[in-house]
Design a protein around this ligand. Sequence first.
Ligand code: ADP
Length: 483
Amino acid sequence: MRWPPPFRKIARGLGFRLTAGYIIFFTILLILIGVMFRRMLVGIQEDQFQEVIEGDWTALKQYLQVTNGKVTWTYDPKNPREAFTLERLKRVFLLTDEEGHVLEASAAYRVIGPDPPAEIREALKQRRPVWTIRYDPWGLVYLVRSGMFLESGDRRYYAAVGRSVGLNQALIREFTWQYFISLPVIVLIGGVLGWFLTKRAMRPLQDLVRTSESITGSNLSLRIPLRGAGDELDQLIDTFNRMIRRLESSFQHMRQFTTDVSHELRTPITTVRGQLEVALMTGKREEDLREAIQTALEETERLSNLVKAMLALSQAESGQTTLRKKRLNLSTPAQEILEQFQIPAEEAGVRLVTDLPPGCEVEVDPVQFDRLVSNLVSNAVSYTPAGGEVRLALKPLPGSVKLIVEDTGRGISAEHLPHIFERFYRVPGMDNISGHGMGLGLSFVAWIVKAHGGTIDVTSSVPGGSRFVVTLPRVAAQTDGMA
Ligand code: ADP
């Protein structure tokens, strides 16, 4: 059968499934309890009943005498208690000789019995009491105790006493009936209560769903208030809020990136365009045209480098660059990197000095470490006038290694110092320095340091020089893929 859509929606809900599970469990539990309780009741009643009949048997032995097949009841007819007991005993009673000839039997016993001679012989041989359940034609049930009653000389007698268990059965039937009739009502009440409680417990979840549905790129500042219960739901809300916060920061990044990119690309594109237009309109001679195309080409080369650098940085910052860390003695790669700057430094008239002691083992990504040192040294060489000095040093400490890049260059003034790690930030007046000017190098440096769980500090004086100190922990924290 296919449910109509609204029912299907409810049936698929967690609340419904929880309640249904709870009702099923509750029903099974109640049925089991009922069955167990009924069994216990039946057991207790049977034990009690057997005890009563055992009492009847003892009384029978007291009041009944058989001599040479002659049956005599000895009791005081004036004693109402004895008369009553006897009357009770004789209701369901049988006495036979060992061949099964009935010596005396009550009317009720004639209806439910009499016992077959073979059984009687067997019971006499066994000498143990035999308990049987008998039914009369009207469906009444009797519990009967039979066995050897008396042995006098070579003669043995067999007797049986019993009682109708109808009343007890009715009691158990009544209990069963009452219990199983009230069971659906209990389950129904339990179900409604369960449904209500589940709904209440799920309300924060629904709030969560509603809030997440209303979240778009423009309202990422939305947060779900914590309920203060400190339970799993609060944990979920907290995780959700943190996820939104991360999303918000990523969005912010993206927006900033788009703004920066469009801003940075506008100028070179305008320059290229302007130059080509001027050349097209005014360039008569081939050399003029060549010169214009040459400048435009250089500008596009710069543009292409800028786009490449921006993409690399954006990938790094958005967590798409995975670090492949290795345990390295930093002195070796630092020396190799510095050698690459030997020629440019000589050309710029800058002296390179190193202090690279052994024992600088750190877990780093070699490619990113290369980029980190290259950027710092490249800046230092570029921003140091001829005759100056650039010093690259490593300092091993117990839990970390310090990497120091120091120069005797122009320095960075205090007002610009806090911004130099920002994307595209350049200290005004330094644009003319060849090979530099994108303002992305230090942003990269900052990301690499952060991705290795390190820190970077700068001190600088104008004039005098700058000092960049990077501290890298020996065992890198797990910061890969961070945004
Ligand atoms: P750029 O490509 O402009 O060098 P960076 O991000 O590497 O970009 O540096 C940002 C700015 O910080 C530079 O434009 C420069 O003005 C300043 N700067 C960086 N390193 C030094 C240094 N060693 N000495 C003086 N100024 C520096």
